[in-house]
Design a protein around this ligand. Structure first.
Ligand code: TXA
Ligand code: MG
Length: 320
């Protein structure tokens, strides 16, 4: 299958699912996932849904508690996405999770989607195949108009059967939370689980206290971040960008020596992790141009640099 080979080379392929057309990339490749964000032109890194073809592949990348397993067994394959924790050695790009410790997984029922995932032999990250802020595509021509020039291929298999995105349920909380309604209703999930679901997104505003176990445990490094730094201090680690970097003795990684923002996005979360592991108290980050994917990179860095509540602060909701 040509589309599968194209995906394995790290290029983007749009494909039909039963809900909407997806903009697919190899979910294990940081650079392929970065190409999705570049094509969609999103000012922020929203986490993406990872598509697999069977439950054992799903369990290799996400931790399924009893609730998640119950929902998966009842509704997969089909228009349901489950948010669970990433497994310890999860091979999926951290960028696909937008730096979260959780992952959204779905097994589509559309035969073309299933064949493609199987032929690619790896999980596929796929948001809806439209530019940010436009309607979700239900036909190949919608994809061509919106994203055509960014795509290596569009698998045209006619109009999709459902036309609305999958229901998203987070199993990180108990009871689970309906994050996005879709054609599998919250009631159907609640009746299977014999308890009502929580509803609505969890706010990720830094002002909102987040109970332990809630979803937006955005990956924040243990080290403090200092942004827009031209001269790092000797004791800091340096996250550099571009060819013109200051002399630095301490740990240093470069997001992109050539100043390529797509490459920088691909490296962002993995490099933050690696510098954090070196045990420094502070990571200095060089200025990143505020254009193209630079906007999303700067948004993410600003969140990671924002003051956060001290770890271990008791939460009013108790330990969840
Ligand atoms: O029907 C669909 O779900 C389509 C097809 C292509 O599968 N995909 C789709 O993807 O709608 P996208 O990227 O447009 O929507 C992904 C949704 C977003 O609402 C996102 O916030 C949520 O899933 N999501 C993804 N990962 C998450 C996570 N770790 N925690 C919470 N929400 C997550
Ligand atoms: Mg969408």
């Amino acid at each position: 299958m040509q589309a599968a080979a194209t995906l394995r080379r790290g290029e983007l392929v749009a494909f039909p699912t039963e809900t909407v057309y997806g903009l697919g990339a190899d979910a294990t490749s940081d650079s392929a996932v970065a190409a999705i964000f570049a094509a969609k032109d999103r000012p922020r890194f929203n986490p993406l849904i990872v598509h697999v073809s069977d439950i054992s592949s799903a369990r290799a990348i996400g931790r399924f508690n009893a609730t998640a397993l119950r929902l998966a067994e009842q509704f997969w394959p089909g228009p349901l996405t489950l948010v669970v924790s990433r497994t310890p050695n999860c091979p999926i790009s951290l960028l696909a999770s937008a730096g979260l410790s959780s992952i959204a997984i779905r097994i589509p029922s559309h035969p073309t989607a299933r064949r493609l995932i199987e032929a690619a032999g790896r999980p596929l990250a796929a948001p809806s195949a439209n530019r940010s802020g436009t309607l979700s595509p239900t036909r190949a021509e919608h994809v061509r108009t919106s994203l055509g020039k960014h795509l290596a291929m569009i698998l045209d298999d006619g109009p999709v059967p459902l036309g609305i995105e999958s229901t998203v349920i987070s199993c990180l909380e108990e009871p689970p939370r309906l994050l996005r309604p879709g054609s599998i209703s919250g009631e159907a999930a609640a009746s299977l689980l014999e308890r009502p679901l929580r509803k609505g997104p969890v706010s990720d505003s830094p002002e909102t206290p987040i109970a332990p176990g809630q979803m937006l445990s955005h990956y924040a490094p243990n080290a403090r971040l200092r942004l827009n730094v031209d001269r790092p201090r000797a004791e800091e680690a340096l996250l550099a960008f571009g060819a013109d970097t200051p002399r630095h003795e301490g740990p240093m990684l470069n997001l992109s020596r050539t100043g390529d923002l797509v490459e920088a996005a691909a490296n962002l979360f993995a490099m933050l992790h690696d510098l954090d592991k070196s045990g420094v108290a502070e990571i200095a980050v060089m200025p990143i141009p505020h254009e193209g994917l630079g906007e999303a990179i700067n948004d993410r860095l600003a969140r990671a640099a924002a003051p956060r509540p001290a770890l271990g602060t008791p939460s009013p909701q108790g330990i969840g």
